[in-house]
Ligand binder design. Structure first.
Ligand SMILES: Cc1cc2nc3c(=O)[nH]c(=O)nc-3n(C[C@H](O)[C@H](O)[C@H](O)COP(=O)(O)OP(=O)(O)OC[C@H]3O[C@@H](n4cnc5c(N)ncnc54)[C@H](O)[C@@H]3O)c2cc1C
Length: 530
């Protein structure tokens, strides 16, 4: 991937997309594939906002059935199915167990119907029997609190690395011809003739500014939309934001995830196996501050630990067991619901000014389909035929050709021949897909790169070198939170941070002083919560 800030001067563009989360990436990709001249600018890094702070699920959202949002769930499940095909290296099936206890509300009958309907809507679920008897549920999840347990319900969804997925979609946009630039902030909209005509964009690296002129502008700025468009009529008071926190805890040794209900308020939360750790989340609290300042609080952590520990019979997690934590902010349509948890996640497009399109709401899962609707509107705005949506039938660029299962086995075997341990070989294959040969070549040339970047985590050092060389990395934060997410999965420790900075520095030309600055900047992210 190339970062070419100066190409932003090549306007006028047909479409300027502001914001490089999953919505911006899919929008730019779809529009470029439909033949538009597209520029995509991201203030910090690809997926630096909410798109790296999600629960990592490609799912319909079983809980939305409780609110009878059938269409919403069906769309997401259709997308889940599609992306399992278009990006099987990134999006993988994950089984969920929903333990059922005496006295639960909704009761077992309704829950069973809900899971049955969910599996039906999902089609091709392949998740085996829907009901597990009590003893089966206990055997499958050894630590479950047994008293009151009646059994478990079972269904399938899918899991990915959200930041990596977004990076691949941004790469797809670039390959389709879009000019894609991270660390480039839109400072304000350009206006003329009663229309929005693009934006003023500043290069975070050199500080240069450029007027990026475009016939249409889409602000895919998620939680930052409220600030970027403050003062634009028709938006104020129609959006609401909520924050969600996840905790990273040690592995529970489960191949499946759990869907549980917090005893304190009945909200649904998950225990999800991710890169050898357990993600516990999420909270859902109203948020009205600066999204850059959104941090997990001690209260968030207390809520999640209390909720998770209610289901454990093998000893409770304590605050000091928390390895890491992260928070993201959603922007939602304000539908007047009593709580942010109940507020609709449905996607909508606002057009508060001619030439300006503002997406609101949505999900990681449905972002491709939602972006297609957005690009349809752009085509109409430009007076061009919308045509068929190109992303619906196009594998992501790193998708290996042919049948995925056999390819994965071959790629893992090849990685092991080059000296990677089996877990690291599988991890590299999934994360790099068809490009995994580049990791193998790096290791062949320098065998020390086969070692893990952190002893507990499955990323080899070659992944760090590859990211620095070819994945538009500018800072250690880009590298270690989104390309190779050590900083999300491990406690801060110079023992792994310094070698990682040194490896990246070889490619990025960082001297000792710069490496130290980068390590300190990254370290500040680990400060204890307020
Ligand atoms: C806690 C939580 C858990 C979730 N879990 C799931 C899940 O498991 N599955 C699922 O499907 N969905 C999930 N979601 C929803 C999903 O994460 C979001 O819908 C999605 O990530 C939003 O993407 P986005 O591109 O709109 O926003 P973002 O990812 O936030 O992207 C907006 C980008 O705009 C950039 N930006 C802002 N201002 C400017 C500017 N002036 N110039 C340039 N760039 C700018 C930001 O830096 C940011 O990168 C979850 C959401 C939350 C909060």
């Amino acid at each position: 991937m190339r970062r070419e800030f100066d190409r932003l001067r090549e306007g006028p563009f047909d479409l300027l997309v502001v914001g490089g989360g999953i919505y911006g990436a899919w929008t730019a990709c779809d529009a470029a594939l439909r033949g538009l001249r597209v520029a995509l600018v991201e203030r910090t890094d690809w997926a630096a906002g909410t798109s790296s702070a999600s629960s990592k699920l490609f799912h319909g959202g079983l809980r939305y059935l409780e609110r009878f949002q059938l269409g919403f769930v069906r769309t997401s499940l259709r997308e889940r199915r599609l992306l399992l095909d278009l990006a099987p290296h990134q999006v993988r099936p994950l089984e969920f167990h929903l333990p059922v206890y005496r006295g639960d509300r909704p009761g077992p009958m309704l829950l069973g119907l809900g899971v049955g309907l969910y599996r039906l809507l999902g089609g091709r679920d392949g998740g085996g029997r829907a009901r597990l008897a009590r003893e089966e549920a206990l055997a499958a999840t050894g630590f479950l609190r047994p008293d009151g347990l009646r059994g478990a319900l079972r269904y399938r969804d899918a899991l990915a690395d959200d930041a990596r997925f977004t990076l691949e979609v941004a790469d797809a946009a670039q390959r389709a011809g879009a000019v894609t630039v991270n660390h480039a902030e839109a400072l304000g909209l350009l206006r003329g003739g009663g229309r929005v005509r693009g934006a003023v964009v500043r290069d975070a690296g050199g500080g240069a500014t450029v007027e990026v002129v475009a016939a249409a502008t889409a602000t895919c700025t998620g939680a930052w939309t409220v600030d970027l468009l403050r003062g634009v009529d028709g938006l104020a008071g129609t959006l609401r934001r909520s924050k969600g926190t996840h905790l990273v805890l040690p592995a529970l040794g489960l191949p499946h995830a759990l869907l549980l209900r917090a005893p304190r308020d009945g909200r649904v939360f998950f225990l999800i196996p991710w890169y050898g750790r357990t993600l516990v989340g999420t909270t859902d609290t109203p948020f009205d501050g600066d999204p850059d300042a959104a941090r997990p609080t001690a209260e968030d952590a207390g809520y999640l630990l209390e909720a998770a520990n209610r289901f454990r019979a093998d000893g409770a997690w304590r605050a000091e067991d928390v390895i890491a934590r992260f928070a993201g902010v959603r922007v939602l349509q304000d539908d007047g619901a009593g709580t942010s948890y109940e507020t609709t996640r449905e996607f909508a497009i606002r057009e508060p000014l001619p030439g300006l399109l503002v997406p609101v709401g949505g999900k990681l899962t449905s972002a491709r389909a939602d972006a297609a609707r957005l690009v349809d509107r752009v085509m109409r705005e430009l007076g061009r035929p919308a045509g068929a949506c190109p992303t619906a039938a196009r594998p992501l660029p790193w998708r290996p050709e042919g049948s995925f299962g056999p390819w994965l086995s071959r790629a893992v075997a090849a990685g092991m021949e080059h000296g990677l341990d089996p877990e690291a070989a599988a991890c590299a294959a999934r994360r790099h897909g068809a490009r995994v040969g580049e990791i193998h070549r790096l290791v062949a040339g320098r065998p020390a790169l086969a070692a893990r970047a952190h002893p507990d985590l499955p990323f080899c050092r070659a992944e760090i070198v590859q990211a620095a060389a070819a994945e538009m990395v500018r800072t250690l934060d880009d590298l270690l939170r989104r390309r190779v997410p050590l900083a999300i999965l491990a406690r801060p420790d110079r023992a792994w941070m310094e070698p990682a900075a040194a490896l990246a520095g070889e490619t990025l030309g960082w001297d000792a002083a710069r490496r130290e600055t980068e390590i300190r900047a990254l370290g500040s992210l680990f400060e204890p919560p307020p």
